[in-house]
Design a protein. Sequence first.
Length: 192
Amino acid sequence: MESLSNTALATLTSFIEFWGQKEIIGLCVGAAGSAIWYRVTGAEEQKQKNKQVISIIRAAIQETSRIATQNLGIVDNELTRLHLEKLTLEPHTDFIPTSADLLLLVSNFKFKKSVELWSSLKKIESLSSQAERLVLETTQLRRAIKLENRAEIYRFELIPYLRQHDELHARVINQIVAECQTSNALLESVRT
């Protein structure tokens, strides 16, 4: 039994002697310092990336909302003038991407809130795409109306069809504006 305790004591002594050398202590302190340094700088870099992502997404949401409001004004203008058979030839502004994928690829926000915001941003992109398709269809319909004479326009009921198209377009744009407000609220909740 005594030899076992002597062996254990000798092992402990050699272990302490090994780890007590200046070089080993220096290596351990250096490794610990490097690990702490990389952890701190990594956290700071991630914080900066998160700020950039929020800034980019906020700007995209604001621009999308501005474009939607502008396009809604154009559609409303056409709806008010449609009974006079005056068509608006003012072009609609194309929507920009919302940068939703940056949220999942670069940032490290709380998962549930990030997914909610990402889903909202993707809904904006989907509605924007739908609005742009409606713009193309409406433009083609306006061109067809411009080429037809008054009798053909009434016979094919092109004006009521254009009115329905514009009303649908206005609903989609209103949904975009509402979803932009939702995304802004979610963006604020992600930051906290």
